[in-house]
Design a protein around this ligand. Sequence first.
Ligand SMILES: [Zn+2]
Length: 150
Amino acid sequence: MNTFMKRAIELAIQNVHEGGQPFGAVLVKDNQIITEGVNELHINHDISGHAELLAIRRAQSKLKTTDLSGYTMYASGEPCPMCLSAMYFSGIEQVYYCQTVEDAAIVGLTKSKEIYQDLKKDKANRTLAISQIPLENMHENPMKLFQEKN
Ligand SMILES: [Zn+2]
């Protein structure tokens, strides 16, 4: 197995031994591990404490940039939609995973699989109610303000 994936799996196993969920991730550039993360939901009351997100957050903080183009993510588990979106936003172009969201669902970690299924539905049919409240004429328009300033 790829050494970076081996490390991600190692982190996941260690995290389970420490009372956490089976997820580890390493962020790599030029064949070197830049940062690592494990799922920390058992430590902090923070649903964004996923392995990949923490690896991304640490790299961006360490490198003082939000641009991670050229980086590769190795995740022990298939990324959830939140972490996958963070990879899109940060410019990561390649992610490798080992165990699937279906593997996770089998052991009771069903959220990722459910969210991926939900996102395939039309907005109106999703389990999370999402509704627009449009800007009224009297309000300043933040999008237009941004456009003017840039
Ligand atoms: Zn995630």
